[in-house]
Design a protein around this ligand. Structure first.
Ligand code: GDP
Ligand code: IMO
Ligand code: MG
Length: 424
């Protein structure tokens, strides 16, 4: 039984926590997309882990972790993360594999990310500045890309890197008038990455298929959210990968037929970081109230997250494209204390009603949300253990959302800790 966990909104739904819980019964946890733009939080006792590249399974000492080919790997972040885990007594020797086909994020990608964003001014995407877009662009552009396998091949690394840096310097000086980047600095870093990461690099597609043949359980950990998907999200305010579950096959070489459970994670409301359309956004005291109570500040960049009502049009759409069979709804506890709550169930565009999400910027700019208003509850939920013990209004809220989405909500989050989860 293999599983895939993906975000069904604009990221930060609580995937890290859900993966950590489900990893108890998995042998392998595999990241298949995105890069260090992700920030997945796992809280165990008094220890808080904020993982950017390492799969959330890393916090369990025996779980095997895989970074597959679809991930763009920033070796500096990865090495820092490995060191941080080892400091907490979690060694990765023998239980961590990185794909030889994964592309490498280097300093010039991060510089390009910042330069492009600065040049866009008001129209910027609001990226995490982790070099994600430029690295995926180099991947699809092919000629100036570097993969983990290239880092290992010392005979060809130097001329390959020299060629890339010559090209990038021509581009940077012509377009942005900045000082050229130094080949030697980057080459020296690559030599260090080579030395430290070589033991982990392998053919992860082969590794995953062998594990499947042996009957092992693999948990595929999505990054970002389905609405940030380059093809199916709110383009151009998206990330540069297929961050819905559709990215699974290309991202790790395992077809979806091998995955039995697709679990979509949502928050009981909606958040988004960075620019772009957000129909149910509450840029008012309600939004601020959710931000304060839910501690809605980015795990990677610390930016305040934009907050709004639960948008069931968004979730129904992302559940459909990702082939979701069950939902985990996090942060129900954050909604305690509001007199009434709203769930968006329909959009109105140019006077016409639709319940199918239009993934187009022009149409989204015109969306008016039609809301269903439901009663709130005052009680604190954080110590409740059974669904039946939740206040009636909280139960009803979950059931209403479930009914509109059309997919069962099987897990409900009532706090950030591993134990703060209710199963239905
Ligand atoms: P991810 O990117 O999807 O892994 O999510 P993040 O870790 O970026 O953000 C989710 C935040 O919500 C983290 O700070 C979690 O500790 C926290 N969290 C997760 N589930 C719950 C929940 O049910 N209730 C509350 N209050 N916090 C939660
Ligand atoms: P996790 O895995 C929330 C957003 C950025 C920006 C857009 C493009 O923690 O859910 P990028 O750096 O990818 O080019 O930025 O995507 N973004 C995320 N928002 N959670 C994430 O990851 C995100 N990863 C990227 O804020 O709007
Ligand atoms: Mg996050």
């Amino acid at each position: 039984m293999n599983l895939c966990v993906v975000g069904l909104q604009w990221g930060d739904e609580g995937k890290g926590k859900v993966v950590d819980i489900l990893a108890e019964k998995a042998d392998v946890v595999c990241r298949y997309g995105g890069g260090a733009n992700a920030g997945h939080t796992v809280i165990i006792g008094d220890t808080r882990f904020a993982l950017h590249l390492m799969p959330s399974g890393a916090v369990r000492p025996k779980t095997v972790c895989v970074i597959a080919n679809g991930v763009v790997v920033d070796p500096a972040v990865l090495l820092e993360e490995i060191a941080g885990l080892e400091e907490k007594g979690l060694t990765l020797n023998g239980r961590f594999h990185i794909s030889h086909c994964a592309h490498v994020v280097l300093d010039y990608h991060k510089l390009e990310d910042q330069l492009r964003e600065n040049a866009l001014g008001e129209g910027k995407i609001g990226t995490t500045a982790r070099g994600i877009g430029p690295c995926y662009a180099d991947k699809t552009g092919r000629s100036y890309a570097l993969r983990m396998a290239d880092l290992l091949d010392l005979a060809t690394l130097k001329p390959k890197l020299q060629n890339i840096i010559d090209y990038k310097n021509k581009l940077f000086t012509a377009l942005y008038n900045v000082a050229p980047i130094q080949f030697n600095t980057i080459y020296q870093k690559c030599m260090e990455y080579h030395k430290k990461l070589a033991p982990y690099v392998c053919n992860t597609t082969e590794f995953l298929h062998t594990a499947i043949e042996q009957g092992k359980t693999i948990l595929f950990e999505g990054a970002q959210g389905s609405l940030l998907d380059i093809d199916h999200g709110t383009f151009p305010f998206v990330t540069s990968s297929n961050s819905s579950a559709l990215g699974l096959g290309p991202g790790c070489g395992v077809p979806p037929q091998k995955v039995q459970r697709f679990i979509g994670v949502v928050k009981a409301y909606t958040t988004r970081v960075g620019s772009g359309p957000f129909p149910s956004e509450q840029n008012n005291t309600i939004g601020q109230r959710i931000r304060d109570k839910g501690h809605e500040y980015g795990t990677t960049t610390g930016r305040p997250r934009r907050c709004g009502w639960f948008d069931a049009v968004v979730v129904r759409y992302s559940a459909v494209i990702s082939g979701i069979n069950e939902i985990a709804m996090m942060h129900l506890d954050t909604l305690s204390g509001l007199d009434e709550l709203k769930i968006c169930n329909t959009y109105e565009i140019d006077g016409k009603k639709t319940s199918f999400f239009p993934a187009d910027a022009g149409q989204l700019a015109k969306v008016k949300c039609i809301y269903q208003t439901v009663p709130g509850w005052q009680e604190d939920l954080t110590n409740i253990e059974r669904f039946e013990d939740l206040p009636k209004a909280a139960q009803q809220y979950v059931k209403t959302a479930e009914q509109i989405i059309g997919v069962p909500i099987k897990m409900v989050g009532i706090g950030p800790r591993r134990t703060q989860i209710i199963y239905r």
